[in-house]
Design a protein around this ligand. Structure first.
Ligand code: NAD
Length: 357
């Protein structure tokens, strides 16, 4: 008989989205939840239909309550310690993005995975958008030639999630520089090209929109990266400037052509040009959802991305294989942004990106 995975969720916001998927998954039982906020825990309990003794505010007791999988959906500063404790308790970890908010915490996660031999995967949902697999197939087939440059942007104003002006209180994102939140942008680029970043340089320190907030209130940051293959990547990030609608943007430039998403967002057509195949650029769809999946696969949010991610994670556990976004790839998608922000603090100095994992 197929094993049923005993799943525990920590952090109600993202935990709820993944909770819906795990609840619908016949191979899984959600057996516990954890949140430090009593109101959030109450909401979690209601959504997941769990008994009082399966709802924890004490994370240590939660990970020791007989779980196979822990979904870490808490703020980034909590990821390293919670990942370490879960791995030490023998649980596989699926962690929200990015892996951690400091390089020291990233090292702590890598060390815990190596010490315990446990399974860790970064829940970078954007690489599971359907168009990412379509673009990857195009790159792998060589249609764009050699990829020499990529661009990505994530422009999403969320000032109220950074600073509570009414209470005069910073929230955890007040300590998250725009460039720290890099994996939604770099993840798909690295996934499509199979590359990794070796050097980073960042700029951006202005505080016009949310001057009360520390680094989380920086207006906008831009980074340039160099990869192991010699490709360059430009990343643009804001969490405060009024860019409406919010934008995820991706572009790949190769020696035989280019592909780029729309500046109006992924719901509108992007452009593709392939030398020798077409006389001028063509419009292309950039679907977030895999059309072969049922409507129920959209329950996790972001089209079918979270559904496919969970299926991939469970499949790797069942086959005893390393997950697609294991600890090394998780670090390759998280650390460049931490280093690029460090560079911005040093006036844009080029810095090496350490390889961990
Ligand atoms: N992949 C995506 O598309 C996506 C979208 C939004 C957020 N995120 C990521 O999800 C994570 C959570 O973000 P959020 O906006 O939901 O955060 P949040 O501030 O809303 O916190 C989520 C929950 O975690 C609880 N919590 C905080 N610290 C805790 C701790 N130490 N132990 C247990 N519970 C704790 C809070 O009470 C809250 O209920 C972050 O890593 C963020 O980057 C990812």
């Amino acid at each position: 008989m197929q094993k049923r995975w005993r799943v525990g969720l920590v952090g109600v916001g993202r935990g709820s989205g993944y909770g819906k998927l795990f609840a619908d998954e016949p191979r899984c039982d959600i057996v516990a939840c954890c949140d430090t906020s009593p109101q959030a825990l109450e909401r979690f309990q209601r959504e997941l239909h769990l008994a009082d003794n399966r709802c924890f505010s004490d994370y240590g007791a939660f990970v020791r309550s007989g779980l196979d999988i822990v979904f870490v959906g808490t703020p980034m500063p909590a990821h390293a310690e919670q990942t370490e404790l879960a791995l030490e308790a023998g649980c596989a970890v699926l962690s929200e993005v990015t892996a951690a908010s400091t390089v020291a915490d990233c090292r702590r996660i890598v060390a815990a995975v190596q010490r315990t031999g446990g399974t860790y995967m970064l829940a970078e949902n954007c690489i599971y958008w359907h168009f990412v697999s379509e673009w990857k197939a195009m790159v792998d087939a060589g249609r764009l030639g050699r990829i020499v440059h990529a661009e990505c942007e994530y422009l999403h104003p969320i000032p109220t999630l950074i600073y509570d002006r009414q209470a005069g209180q910073p929230k955890w994102r007040a300590q998250r520089a725009p460039l720290h939140y890099c994996s939604h942008s770099l993840g798909p680029i690295l996934e499509m090209t199979g590359d990794r970043i070796v050097r980073a340089c960042g700029l951006g320190q202005a505080h016009n929109v949310l001057p009360e907030a520390p680094i989380g209130g920086i207006d906008m940051q831009v980074a340039l990266f160099e990869t192991a293959s010699g490709m360059t990547i430009k990343l643009l990030r804001t969490s405060v400037l009024p860019r409406h609608p919010a934008l995820h943007y991706y572009a790949l430039y190769g020696s035989r052509g280019y592909v780029e998403s729309s500046r109006h967002g992924l719901a509108t057509p992007g452009m593709l040009y392939v030398e020798g195949e077409m006389s001028s650029a063509q419009e292309i769809e950039t679907p977030m959802s895999d059309p072969s999946l049922p409507a129920s696969a959209r329950a996790g949010g972001h089209g079918t991305a979270e559904y496919s991610l969970v299926q991939d994670f469970l499949g790797s556990l069942e086959r005893g294989e390393p997950p697609r976004l294991g600890v090394r790839r998780a670090m390759e998608m998280s650390i460049p942004g931490l280093i690029a922000h460090e560079s911005a603090c040093r006036g844009g100095e080029w810095l090496e990106v350490p390889a961990l994992g």
